[in-house]
Design a protein around this ligand. Sequence first.
Ligand code: PEP
Ligand code: MN
Length: 310
Amino acid sequence: MKDLKLAAARPDGTRTVVDVLGVRVGEGLVVIAGPCSVESEEQTVRTAIAVKEAGAQMLRGGAFKPRTSPYAFQGMGLKGLKILDKAKRETGLPIVTEVIDTRDVSWVGEYADVLQIGARNMQNFSLLREVGKSGKPILLKRGMHSTVEEWLNCAEYILAEGNDKVILCERGIRTFETYTRNTLDLSAVQAVRRESHLPVLVDPSHGTGIRSMVDPMSLAALVAGADGLEIEVHVCPESALSDKDQQLTPAQFSRLMERLRRLEAFMEELGPADPDMASGGAAASSPGGGSDGAGRGATGGGKSGEPGSR
Ligand code: PEP
Ligand code: MN
């Protein structure tokens, strides 16, 4: 990918770890969980306590919701951020929340530990520059119509502002398939690991839009090499003001976390894939590049001319 200067995989295969108040993204599985939207203090704090108990390392929750319809619930704004702050004080979980407007970046950044750039804003270049200048950790979701190359170029915009704390998140793309809300592109995880040093998460909630698919696609994401997951959890999904069909109950999330831990242990036992099956680039042959010790690493540096290395 010729235009990548700062986001491209490093010759020595080392990968970036983004530290968020001691949570190290890119070093073992990190799970971000919480409601689609902040709806009330009770809903958010109860969800936060439940996901923390189940083992989530960060809390998500939208205070600014980019909705398809202008008449749909748009989020609680500042009130929502204050609720997230309360949930953080109760649980100690760092906060991941979306910012949708350049004018809001600095004050939303006072509440957020990670600023999320949503799929709809992936190529909002002024917003990317602004969050780059903020210096905060950024969770950059893949645009629903975007190629991996376009996505990594958006990461480049943030990095070019001197902010090296970029976490990528695959959340599904639009294809001809309409059965699922989006088509979760798990091969993009391996593409990112070949082409970039940045950590990459998977969001199986928006990626499928279907609650019963969140568990299997979370496990699949771990096997595919994801550094973590972003999962929607709500104390009472049927009453959620947004995305009610895809949010897990705390009990479902807790069971999923247990299964993820067991899968992680199994993958440790399994070991990494044969490095020769990776493309033979630097990442495949250097420590820390081809494998992260959890068997999740079958990556290579991506030689030019190979598929995915355009
Ligand atoms: C979200 O995570 O709250 C969200 C709106 O996701 P996306 O931007 O991926 O649609
Ligand atoms: Mn949602």
